[in-house]
Write a protein that binds this ligand. Structure first.
Ligand code: SF4
Length: 365
């Protein structure tokens, strides 16, 4: 799609600004250096649905421990899942490990099509790697870029229906020269200056091209279709300790938190259905459960509340017999792939038993 201005002038203004104001990020090559495809790929997978601030410590820990894709491929899946714990959207970690194994010994394909065939690499990520790591003129459109384009072109179609139009507009602006820098410049512009609320139009390098700011309506864009309310699900979680260990089990590979560890839980059901049931219905009745704090977590499509029950299996042997699983030492919990909601449940259960929660890093989501 042709823009109503000279695309070359837009790119020139944007890249001139980027050369001075680019963000210094740990996965970025310095000016004049070649980008490392492994670091670009790893960062792009981590950044899906996750903020730069949350990703930086994970990226640094991963690249210290596994400096190359071959090193990552040699790790076990459990090691990768445990290192990912707290970053959320765990299918990314499973795909990361599977993808590293596909790439081991052969390296990354340089084109979008080859990249797209890799596990966990979708349209956006393949375009980002092709542009940033291999300087291919791929149109890279993430949420930040969508916002910038919706404003520059004052796109009246609401998201998500506007996505194809925004992709065409992005393709019309993407340059053949310095496409990697251009992609990162658009990302930086969206992340900093063209922010969702109160964009800094006065200092924006592309303000003279921007239709939304010309009419003083920058914040009206992008338009969004009304979202359905996020439903609440409820369930119960059971924290059982014995001799300095806690009972854990592994979730099935498919579905939410697939392959991650958890304390035993009941099914998670819609709130209305859960309210009709009796509190503690999933807990074996013979065990002397202590009620602990309810814990909550918001996933993309629903909000979860877990009622936590705790039992000391040294004092009540039937607690240990009630569930099967693996006894994990409390002082080594960081080595287990516990997602954030399970860390919260563990902390709540231990608190109810008068035990201190183990200190663990990385619980951000
Ligand atoms: S002028 Fe304002 S609205 Fe337009 S791209 Fe720049 S920051 Fe965004």
């Amino acid at each position: 799609m042709r823009p109503p201005f000279a695309a070359e002038s837009f790119r020139h203004a944007l890249l001139g600004w980027y050369d001075i104001a680019r963000r210094d990020l740990p996965w970025r090559a310095k000016p004049g250096e070649r980008a490392d495809p492994y670091r670009v790929w790893l960062s792009e997978i981590m950044l899906q649905q996750t903020t730069v601030k949350a990703v930086v410590p994970y990226f640094e820990a991963f690249t210290r421990r596994w400096p190359t894709v071959d090193a990552l491929a040699a790790a076990t899946r459990d090691e990768v899942l445990a290192a990912w714990a707290g970053l959320g959207y765990y299918s990314r970690a499973r795909n990361l490990h599977a993808c590293a194994q596909v790439l081991a010994g052969g390296g990354f394909p340089a084109d979008e099509e080859g990249l797209r065939a890799l596990p966990g690499v979708g349209a956006y990520t393949s375009a980002a790697i092709a542009a940033i790591a291999f300087d291919r003129p791929a149109a890279v459109v993430d949420g930040n870029v969508e916002r910038v384009l919706a404003r520059v072109f004052a796109v009246e179609t609401p998201l998500p229906a506007a996505k194809p139009e925004l992709r065409k507009l992005a393709a019309g602006l993407t340059p053949a020269s310095r496409p990697g820098d251009y992609a990162q410049a658009m990302m930086d512009l969206g992340a900093g200056i063209c922010s969702p609320r109160s964009p800094s139009c006065l200092v924006c390098p592309v303000r003279t091209f921007c239709a939304a700011t010309a009419t003083g309506e920058a914040e009206r864009f992008p338009l969004r279709a009304a979202k359905a309310a996020r439903p609440t699900r409820r369930g119960e979680a059971f924290v059982i300790v014995r001799g300095g260990c806690i009972l854990l089990r592994r979730r099935g590979d498919k579905g939410l938190l697939g392959g991650m560890m958890e304390v035993p839980t009941s099914e998670w059901v819609d709130a209305a259905q859960a309210d009709a049931s009796v509190s503690g219905v999933g807990a074996p009745a013979r065990v002397a459960w202590r009620k602990a704090r309810i814990v909550q977590h918001t996933f993309t499509h629903f909000h979860l509340e877990l009622r936590v029950f705790a039992a000391d299996a040294d004092a009540d042997a039937s607690a240990a017999a009630a569930f099967s699983g693996e006894w994990a030492p409390l002082d080594k919990l960081a080595a287990f792939a516990l997602p954030a909601i399970m860390k919260k449940a563990v902390a709540s259960g231990l608190e109810a038993l008068g035990l201190s929660p183990p200190s663990q890093g990385g619980s951000r989501r």
